[in-house]
Design a binder for this molecule. Structure first.
Ligand SMILES: Cc1cc2nc3c(=O)[nH]c(=O)nc-3n(C[C@H](O)[C@H](O)[C@H](O)COP(=O)(O)O)c2cc1C
Ligand SMILES: CCCCCCC(=O)C(=O)O
Length: 391
């Protein structure tokens, strides 16, 4: 059975033979190289967070407070990292977190397709953002057999919201991830300094521009001037959903609904009572609210509150395979990689994203081998020890 850790040998032997594409290995080196590769205003959008970015830094640093305790003489020569969730058997516990505006991070403008192709090559599921530069139908097409989830930014225009969900269901997405924490934009100093909001310049509106319901709300319809189209988009983008909206969301689809942005255990319980199928713990990578707690520090509280009633997805601050293993040990069902794959995309399109995913998976797999955990159930049972340092 092939193991994710085999990528290590591919890199070593490819290095000897000169066949492996040379991408940086650590997330810090990837980040540095991507910052040089992208135009400065795009870089500040990707790298930036809310306020003085304390929460963003805390997300990553807080992983340093947790440790895996190794077990010996186990012989974990074969590791099983498969995950069952939402009726799917997934080959990896890692997924691609939704990132809007991927187009501006790719040389040919088709960052969503490039990412979907990397998902197809690695089997890593992709959560595709509403804010895509390629329409959702073509993104799911590029995923091939690999499952995709559609991330919904719920517009205030309910017909448009319903249409996006219906299109996602019809085109083959396996679930709908509803993002709760970004109905309004947080205070993002780096974007304010460059007055840079790429999607407001139309870089990520393919899902809207391909939807007849979107044009129904604009004077002049499809013939309207670009500025009127973008103004209309900005006026309907963010819907401050409340608990009262859950039955409406539920009525839109038979697909599993996963709520992204849950951090409080009581919210997780209430969401499940309200009929959703999955909880996605995230603080949006510190891009929305500064002054918050690191997402990983809330994971086990949410996992306890969910009490096995549903899968718990996690992102925010994941930078390595070690972080993935820690989040899994703390009870996550699957772990989302965010900014690191955008860095890979900026450096090498599909090949760059594939490299990042394979590196993260290889490190996770090798850590489990060395630490004596042959599968995720055993790892989860052992848990992660809180060690106090870091963050
Ligand atoms: C450039 C960028 C764009 C993002 N766009 C979206 C989006 O369209 N929808 C969404 O739900 N989350 C979006 N996110 C948040 C990610 O899904 C994820 O929560 C976050 O990147 C996790 O933090 P990390 O990358 O620091 O680990 C975006 C993040 C970044 C960096
Ligand atoms: C008007 C809000 C746009 C948010 C765009 C995408 C996103 O989630 C991000 O973090 O950036």
């Amino acid at each position: 059975m092939a193991q994710f850790g085999d990528y290590q040998n591919e890199i070593y032997f490819g290095g000897l033979q000169g066949t492996t594409p040379r991408f940086p290995i650590t997330s810090a080196d990837l980040e540095r190289a991507a910052s040089a590769a992208l135009p400065p205003s795009v870089w500040s959008y990707v790298a930036g967070g809310a306020g003085d970015e304390h929460t963003q830094r805390a997300n990553a640093a807080a992983f340093g407070r947790y440790g895996i305790v190794p077990r010996m003489l186990v012989g974990a020569t074969q590791r099983d990292l498969t995950v069952d969730m939402f009726g799917l058997r997934l080959p990896t516990p890692v997924f691609l977190a939704p990132v809007g505006v991927l187009g501006i991070c790719a040389q040919d403008g088709h960052g969503d397709l490039a990412t979907a192709r990397a998902a197809a090559q690695t089997g890593v599921p992709m959560v595709a953002s509403t804010l895509s530069e390629d329409p959702l139908e073509s993104v799911v097409g590029a995923l091939g057999e690999t499952p995709g989830f559609f991330q919904l930014y719920t517009p205030t225009d309910r017909d448009l919201a319903a249409s996006l969900v219906t299109r996602a269901e019809a085109s083959g997405f396996a679930g709908i991830v509803v993002t709760l924490d970004t109905w309004i934009t947080g205070w993002r100093p780096r974007d304010l300094a460059t007055a840079n909001f790429p999607q407001l310049r139309g870089a990520a509106l393919a899902n809207y521009l391909s939807d007849p319901h979107f044009f129904a709300g604009i004077d002049g319809g499809r013939e309207a001037k670009p500025v009127a189209i973008i103004q209309h988009w900005a006026s309907i983008f963010g819907n401050p959903l409340t608990w009262n909206d859950l039955p409406w969301l539920r009525s839109l689809t038979e697909l599993p609904i996963i709520l992204k942005g849950i951090v409080h255990p009581d919210d997780a319980r209430r969401a499940l009572d309200g009929g959703v199928d999955g909880i996605y713990v995230s603080n949006h990578g510190g891009r929305q609210a500064n002054g918050g707690i690191a997402a990983i520090d809330m994971l086990s509280d949410v996992v306890d509150a969910v009490a096995e009633r549903a899968p718990v997805l996690f992102d925010s601050g994941v930078r390595s395979g070690t972080d993935v293993v820690k989040a899994l040990a703390l009870g996550a069902t699957a772990v989302g990689v965010g900014r690191p794959y955008v860095h890979g995309l900026a450096l090498g399109g599909t090949a760059g994203v594939t490299h990042v995913l394979r590196s993260v998976l290889a490190e996770a797999d090798l850590l489990m081998a060395v630490d004596g955990y042959a599968d995720l159930a055993t790892l989860r049972e052992a848990g992660a020890r809180r060690v106090g340092a870091g963050g």
